[in-house]
Design a protein around this ligand. Sequence first.
Ligand SMILES: [Zn+2]
Length: 325
Amino acid sequence: MEAVPGELVLAVDLGGTKISTALVSPQYRVVARDYQLTLAAEGPQPVVARLIAAIERILADHSISPTQLHGISIAAAGAIDRERGLITLSPNLPGWHDIALREIVSARFGVGTFLINDAKAAALGEHRLGAGQGVDNLIVVTVGTGIGGGIIINGSLYYGTSGSAGEIGHMTIDVNGPKCACGNTGCWEMLASGAAMTREAVRRIGLGENSLLNEMVKGRLTDITGEKIEAAARRGDPLAQQIVARTAQYLGVGLVNLVNIFSPGMITVGGGLAKMGDLLLEPARRLMRERAFHQASSVVRIVPAQLGPEAGVLGAAVFARESDR
Ligand SMILES: [Zn+2]
């Protein structure tokens, strides 16, 4: 192990699908990593047990005792009570209500433990280590199954009065749009996410429209994914192209709102859907430039995020190092 003991952060990214653990050096190099499935449907207790076992395993594999760590930092997919270190609620972790994860982990391992929302961690990581370095006002958009976000204002993460600021995926784009799990309708993530894209493809093919996609999944519409829609669009399939164009348009509409409200210097777009690159990003950018206030749109750069799937653990490590407690 190259890093000096006592300086590593053990970072955890607790998502709805997997739990990633990593040992992160003071230079923010990931010196070890491990993954396991969350199996979130089993509820909080088994998931917390798996998370603790994952921490124990990575420590044991690298012969590190908890007291040698700078701390343990958890980026979690859910709403966080920063004062009390609770996960108050999570759409991706069924059954989680006011779970005192910070206390549970710090009591178990006897080290300083930090807890931050995963999208905010990704924003912090992208600002300190990724595409957003040196940008005073930055918005980090993560487009995957849903849409997550983090807002950096004057170099600091913006939490808002309640601590929940940055839920950009739930800005209303269409008041009459599809119902969202958050209770609202027509949220940005219901229209511009990976899930929105596959839902629209399934709906239209289900109505009898022709598409290469139907052939690609041999009629099993539940097998349609964002990657398959992208592949079909690149092969010239009109339906897939229309769906990509529609998604890009909705993505652009959300960007217009963000640019008009915040006038950021940069918006990074990451997450699974962002892998489509300019097929998605360029029309979204164009729409933003057409519709947003010129003063703001002329100075904002819309760029791909740089940190990729490690944004959560890297951001969690940054959070631990920059926090007092
Ligand atoms: Zn919503």
